[in-house]
Design a protein around this ligand. Sequence first.
Ligand code: HEC
Length: 124
Amino acid sequence: MLFTGDKIMKRMFLLVVFIIGIIAINLKVSYAMTGKQLFKKDGCILCHAIHGKGGSFGPNLSAIGKIRTYSWIRRQIRNPKLNFFTPNSFVMFHGKVYESIMPANKKISDANLNKLTQYLTSLK
Ligand code: HEC
């Protein structure tokens, strides 16, 4: 009887499909992201490369977990300036000089910050 030309039933059917579509889109948007996905979504990848993918404005992070601790990396994301003993427009990282242009990411949630930091700490 759904497809027997009953206009009201047809409309109801379309309405249900529409509602399911909206729910599906919302589920996808609020779907929790992994640290790896956040690295892309939050723009880190524009300046940092991991395993050959990404920019070179900042240091390569392919093995960052070997040289930095969890708390150090976490602080670097929220407030990079706190990691420099002499705040300057240039910083020396592992024998290479970088212009200190890394933006502080103040809007990242604590949960996402933890995930992103965990991901980076795991790179060894
Ligand atoms: C506009 C370019 C830019 C963006 C975007 C950026 N960074 Fe950086 N990052 C840098 C630069 C340049 C440095 C060198 C020190 C500094 O400027 O703070 C750095 C340093 C770092 C370091 C320390 C590296 C080391 O070798 O000790 C980590 C970790 C880091 N960034 C992680 C991130 C993460 C995670 C994000 C995304 C939330 C991010 N960065 C976004 C440019 C950037």
